[in-house]
Structure formats: C-alpha cells, structure tokens
Design a protein. Structure first.
Ligand SMILES: O=C[C@H](O)COP(=O)(O)O
Length: 258
C-alpha cells in the first residue's frame, strides 16, 4: 500500500490582503519546524492578489510552506476578463489549485464540464488540482450523498490519465458542513472518502487509487482533526475558517498531538 503524505491546506477564501498574508505566512513559518514538514505537507491558498507577496516571502526565506490559488481559468490566455490562467499561476510557482469548490459551484454555476476543463488546464501547466466534491444537505438527507459525490468525481476526471490522477488531490467537502460548525462525523466522512478511493480503483487501477490523496473539508478545527485524520482514506484536511488563525492552523497541522 502506498504511503500518502497528509496534506493540510488552508483555504483563505476571500480573506486577508497581501500585507496580512505576509504576516500570516510569517507566523506559520515561525511556528513550524522541520519535524512538522517531514510529517505533513503544508499549503496555503490565498486570494490571487496575495500570491506574489507569498511567493516573494517563501522564495526569499526558503520556506517549506507551499501555496496555490483558489481557482484557475480553463483557458491559457486571451480575452477572458477577470480570469487567471494556469501559465500565470505556474509563473508564480504555485503548487496547488482548488477546483470546483462548492462556493464556485454555488455562486458561479460551475458544473462537471467546467471542473473537468479546469482540472485539465491545471495539469497541463504542472499545477496540482485539489478537486472539490461533496453533497448539499438535501442530498444527504435523501441518502444520495455517495452517488452524488461519485458522479462529481466521474465528471471532474473524465479523460484525465491515470498518472495525473495519482498525483492529484480530491477534497470531500459536504456542503452542509462548510463554515457551519457542523462537522461531518468521522465515520460518515470515511464512508464517502473510502467510496471515492474505490471509484478511482474502478476507473483506473489499484496503484492509482492508493496514491491519490483524499482530503476532508468542512468545519475542521484542532478539536476534531485527530479523529478525522485517523480514518484510513482521509489524507489531509482542506481548512477554511480555522486556517485564518495561525495558531489554530498550526495545531491542526500537528493533529497527531491533539
Ligand atoms: O475549503 C474549505 C472548506 O470550504 C471548509 O471551510 P470551513 O473550514 O470554514 O468549514
């Protein structure tokens, strides 16, 4: 069985300006040690406007914190006002890109074909997608959470080669648990994350399924992260609100101590 390094990623959403971003990453860098980076991959996902500042800090001080963006255009360049392309993000040495976050799906109408095009755009430019999937409350209440989420996995990965899938990240984020304080029970989270890995095996092969990293996201905090991370198919957390507090995010990164 492949050993998967946990990925703890802070999705800042539309928070922290570039000066606040610098201060925040400095706090994380000051607190984190080699031992932390050996155990866990740490990433921050700031707004686009912060990326250059974060890059300068990370490069200048040779920090081991990785960073990325919260979205990418499906297009490489051209007349797409307001969009930011894979080549522009790759030029800033971004590592990760969240794609298909539920807030993009909800407020910007992103569906499977859009997510699929963005996954391919990220991969084309050497960026690692964190492809977000997960069900709304009504879907869970109807008992269709697994099939709903797997349909998002199928659509998002259509036509993506096994070697690319092995390196990417899928974040299971039940929409009803995002920013609500209602964390999904660890067994419920495992049910869906296990089903996602099983689906990757069916679509590709066992080796790919064992390599792909699957995160859980939705009201992760230092108080609940250890139970979530103890699940066999959960390889990290995509943390929203709690990642804006550097001390709390460090505690989440050190989930083994909680
Ligand atoms: O991307 C992060 C998720 O949307 C979770 O956000 P949250 O930790 O604030 O619930």
């Amino acid at each position: 069985m492949a050993t998967r390094t946990p990925l703890m990623a802070g999705n800042w959403k539309m928070n922290l300006n570039h000066l606040e971003a610098i201060a925040h990453v400095q706090k994380l860098a000051f607190a984190l040690t080699d031992k932390d980076y050996e155990a866990v991959e740490v990433a921050v996902l700031p707004p686009f406007t912060d990326l250059r500042s974060v890059q300068t800090l990370v490069d200048g001080d040779k920090l081991r914190i990785k960073y990325g963006a919260q979205d990418v255009s499906a297009h490489d360049s051209g007349a797409y006002t307001g969009e930011v392309s894979g080549p522009l993000l790759a030029k800033l040495n971004c590592t990760f890109i969240t794609i298909g976050h539920s807030e993009r799906r909800q407020y910007h109408g992103e569906d499977e074909p859009v997510v699929n095009a963005k996954v391919k755009a990220a991969l084309k430019h050497g960026l690692t997608p964190i492809m977000c999937v997960g069900e709304e409350l009504s879907v869970r209440e109807a008992g269709n959470h697994v099939s709903h989420t797997l349909a998002q996995v199928d659509g998002g990965l259509e036509g993506v080669a096994a070697e690319s899938v092995a390196g990417l990240v899928i974040a299971y984020e039940p929409v009803w648990a995002i920013g609500t304080g209602k964390v999904c029970g660890e067994e419920d989270a495992q049910e869906v994350c296990g089903a996602i890995r099983q689906r990757i095996e069916e679509l590709y092969d066992d080796a790919t399924a064992q390599q792909v990293r699957i995160q859980y996201g939705g009201s992760v905090k230092s108080g609940n992260v250890a139970k979530i991370m103890a699940q066999p198919d959960i390889d990290g957390a995509l943390v929203g609100g709690a990642s804006l507090d550097a001390e709390e995010f460090v505690k989440i990164i050190r989930f083994r101590d909680q």
